[in-house]
Every structure is written in structure tokens, then in C-alpha cells.
Design a protein around this ligand. Structure first.
Ligand code: G2I
Length: 455
């Protein structure tokens, strides 16, 4: 805002011929604002990113454009399952680490792509099924998200799990055949491994209100209602020569569910309409306050997986195309994200007094999703009439069952009698308030009776 006012002042004063040297100095920082994608997006509270092939970071034309124009990156391939776990249990982070360092050195955030996907699986995983695959997949999520913990703005936890066509249902895949709950198990494992990253579901052909995007919408709504940790939805937006008229309305209906939305892999077929479509997509994102950023899927036309489509914003020599101008103009005229109001200072702090004896308490209930050889348990903790300052839940697992992974609680023990204790952010509950934690295990977990104790 200050910048805009300053720019307006410059124009008026310059027109009147009275711009002094001192004023020019004080306005100097405005020089890059409005001329690069990253500065213009940042002025609107958004990021503007590109998919990067780390092998090209030593190509000067490529890296010059990348560093000048973008303030977010995503690995085009280097953080995928086949790249990060080429052999089971042996992890390789060379490419991903290199991209993270480049980002950190150049003031860029990083999107993580993608923890689980039916494609680009290592060959050892392609040949697996059932609980062996489920366990391997969840372990993959846990290991990779833990490795990059604290460095990723948003993870595509699950990529492209819905079918094309009119069914609105899930795509068949080895992961889907481990049980319909594989997606929520992945989100829970990702949250436990990197609580600071936004967790996204990402897909393509979701560029308007259609059967596929509605199937995803219903899943997100269900996740939000059951407390499955999902924060964002990625719209890949690999586009042809037209843009759905309800592109913005579709983003908005997801945002209205309480998740962020992001344009994650934008590229557009070349032709007369390319610049217009790029501009329209950018305007749509800026018109949706929960649309936090745009990523294009590559830097120059010849970096694109779409080959002769010339689908990106820069030509092969790094020159700006008219599509670039359309995006920049849209960014410069878009709506800034409203700033969050400061917390209300009149709200009284939580009551620090010890609850009177006899009123402490909590109750817990558990629901279990099982598959052959494994399960995911979700435990709901409800505070009693005095609220809680902390809680723990005891569960006795049947013989042969063991806990492999816990989120939103800390487990002591992994078999037999296991005690789950609150973590820092969910111990204090108001009277009647509900929180959830979960765990994954091997074996079978029938007839669990949780016993809750509060402090
Ligand atoms: O297909 C476009 C994108 C659709 N959404 C998910 C994205 O992850 C996907 O990206 C593309 C990459 O742009 C390609 O670069 O995913 C492809 C794989 O499905 C990537 O292609 C692969 C080739 O298939 C491999 O043969 C090659 O070894 O790139 C690899 C690395 O160059």
C-alpha cells in the first residue's frame, strides 16, 4: 500500500516536473516492484514459483531467469518416490537437498512434490501390494517428510489419486488397492513427521466444476469434518486452448471448505489464447483470498515436459513472452491478501487455576480402519466439565499388534499396554472440547477400550 501510494506520488510529481533528487533516492527500492513475477506476487501476499530440474541449475540462462523471477520452487522429479527411495529403506536426497539449498540461498520457499503417487514409483514398490505396500508407503511418507522437516512450505502428500472421466471416484492403483483410507493415513503420517508443512492433495483436470473435482471436493469436505489433517488443494492446471468459465468458482468452493488452494503446475498450450489464459488464471488466483500462490511447470519453453507446445512464460533463450506480460499485469492489478487482524486484546487469558478435585476427567473413543496385517486407529479425546491441562489415554493392544507411527500424541510403549500422552498443542482443552490423535500399527486391533485420564 505504502509502495502504491509512493508510486502514485511519483507519477503526479514527475508530471508536474517537481521530483527532487532526495525523493528519487527514497523511492529507489520501488524499482523492482511490479517488474518481476516474484516481487509483484509478493506485493499481493502470494508466491510465484517454478518447477526446477536441478541438473539445469548450472545453466546460466536458466538460473538467471529462475532467480530473478521466482520466489518458490518445486522439484520437477527429484523428490518423487523413485528418486528418494530407489531401493526399499535406502533413501537418496541429493537432488532434493540441492534444490532446498538453492532455494534458501535465493529467498525462495519450497513446495514438496510428491510423497505418494501411482506413477514414478520405484520398481520395488510397483511390485508390492497389501499391507507390505501400505507399510512401505507410510514409511516413505514418514522418512521423506522427516528428512525435509522445517524446509517445506507445502507438501503434495498425495498426487493424482482420482480417476478421469465422469465417475468422480478414485483411480485404481496398487496404493488404492491397499484400502480406501490410504490417503488419510498418508496425511496423518505427513503431519506427524513435519507439523509445520501445509499438507496438500494435488491433481489435474480439475480446472472447473466437474465430476473429478467434485469427487476431490467431497473427499476434502469429509477430511475436514473428521479432523484428517489437510491444509490445501493443488490444481495442476495443465491447460489447452480454453479455460473453464468456472475456474475461479471452483477454486473458491474449495477455499470455502477451509483449505488453501494453489495453482501447482501451470502450463498452457501455445497459440493466440495463451497469454489470455495465463492472465485469467492469475486473476482467478488473486481473486480468491485463500489462493496462496502459483507455480509454473518449468522455466523456459524448452524445459517443459510438453515439448513443442511452447507452454511456458519464457522462450528458450530466456526472453519474456507475451504470456509473461499477461501474468505480470494480472499480478500488478490483483487484490492483496487481507492481513490477519491482530488477536483481540480483550479476550481473557485461559484460567490458570487448578481445577477442583473431582471435576478433572476426560473420555476417549476409538475408531479403527483395518486391512490385512495393519490398521490405523483414530482416538477422540473429550474433556470433562473442568477441561484439561493435559491428558493421557491408555490402550491395551491384542497380542501380535504393535504401534508403528503416532500423530498428535506421544506413545510410550508399542505393544501390550500403550500410553498416549498429549503433545504441546493439544493438552489444554476447554470443558467439553474434543481433540483427536491417531496411530498406525501392524497386526490387528479389535476390541480396543481406551481409558482417558486428565490433569
Ligand atoms: O506429467 C506432467 C506432470 C503431471 N503432474 C505430476 C508431475 O509430477 C508431472 O511431471 C512430469 C515431469 O515434468 C516429467 O519430467 O512427470 C513425468 C513423469 O511422469 C516426468 O517425466 C520423467 C520421464 O518420464 C522419465 O523417463 C525421466 O527419467 O522425467 C524423468 C526425469 O527426466
Amino acid at each position: 500500500m505504502r509502495l502504491k501510494r509512493a508510486l502514485r506520488a511519483t507519477v503526479t510529481l514527475a508530471g508536474a516536473g517537481v521530483l527532487t533528487a532526495a525523493m528519487m533516492v527514497s523511492l529507489a527500492p520501488a524499482a523492482s516492484a511490479g517488474t518481476t513475477l516474484r516481487a509483484s506476487a509478493a506485493e499481493k501476499g502470494r508466491y510465484f514459483g517454478a518447477a526446477v530440474a536441478t541438473g539445469k541449475l548450472s545453466t546460466s540462462t536458466y538460473v538467471n531467469v529462475l532467480n530473478r523471477e521466482f520466489n518458490s520452487v518445486v522439484a520437477e522429479n527429484e523428490m518423487k518416490w523413485d528418486a528418494t527411495e530407489p531401493q526399499q529403506g535406502r533413501f537418496s536426497y541429493t537432488g532434493g537437498d540441492r534444490l532446498v539449498s538453492h532455494a534458501q540461498a535465493n529467498g525462495m520457499s519450497v513446495r514438496g512434490h510428491a510423497l505418494l503417487w501411482h506413477a514414478q514409483q520405484p520398481s520395488w514398490a510397483q511390485g508390492m501390494s497389501g499391507s507390505a505396500l501400505r507399510n512401505a508407503a507410510i514409511n516413505h511418507v514418514t522418512q521423506v517428510a522427516t528428512h525435509f522437516r522445517g524446509k517445506i512450505y507445502a507438501w503434495d502428500v498425495v498426487n493424482e489419486a482420482f480417476a478421469d472421466g465422469g465417475s468422480g471416484g478414485r483411480r485404481d492403483s496398487n496404493l488404492q488397492r491397499t484400502g480406501n483410507d490410504w490417503i488419510e493415513a498418508a496425511f496423518r503420517a505427513a503431519r506427524a513427521a513435519d507439523p509445520g508443512a501445509k499438507l496438500c492433495y494435488n491433481d489435474y483436470n480439475t480446472d472447473g466444476i466437474n465430476a473429478k473435482s467434485t469427487g476431490i471436493y467431497n473427499m476434502v469436505r469429509d477430511f475436514k469434518s473428521r479432523g484428517v489433517p489437510i491444509d490445501c488443494v493443488g490444481f495442476q492446471s495443465h491447460l489447452g486452448t480454453t479455460l473453464a468459465g468456472d475456474y475461479q468458482a471452483n477454486l473458491q468452493r474449495f477455499a470455502d471448505l477451509g483449505v488453501d488452494v494453489q495453482i501447482t503446475e501451470l502450463d498452457v498450450m501455445t497459440g493466440g489464447n495463451q497469454a489470455n489464459i495465463y492472465g485469467a488464471v492469475t486473476r482467478a488466483c488473486l481473486a480468491v483470498s485463500r489462493c496462496t500462490g502459483i507455480t509454473v511447470w518449468g522455466v523456459r519453453d524448452c524445459d517443459s515436459w510438453r515439448g513443442s507446445d511452447n507452454a511456458l512464460l519464457f522462450d528458450c533463450n530466456g526472453n519474456k513472452k507475451s504470456a509473461f506480460d499477461a501474468v505480470l499485469n494480472a499480478l500488478n492489478s490483483g487484490t492483496p491478501i487481507p492481513t490477519t487482524p491482530p488477536p483481540n486484546p480483550t479476550t481473557p487469558p485461559p484460567n490458570p487455576t487448578t481445577p477442583p478435585p473431582g471435576q478433572v476427567g476426560c473420555s476417549a473413543s476409538v475408531s479403527v480402519n483395518s486391512w490385512t496385517g495393519g490398521f490405523v486407529a483414530t482416538v477422540k479425546v473429550t474433556a470433562g466439565s473442568a477441561g484439561t491441562r493435559g491428558w493421557n489415554v491408555n490402550l491395551t493392544l491384542p497380542s501380535g499388534a504393535s504401534v508403528t507411527n503416532t500423530w498428535s500424541a506421544t506413545a510410550s510403549g508399542s505393544s501390550g499396554s500403550v500410553r498416549f500422552t498429549n503433545v504441546s498443542y493439544n493438552g489444554q482443552l476447554a470443558p467439553g472440547q474434543v481433540t483427536e490423535f491417531g496411530f498406525q500399527g501392524n497386526g490387528s486391533a479389535t476390541g480396543l477400550t481406551p481409558i482417558c485420564a486428565a490433569s
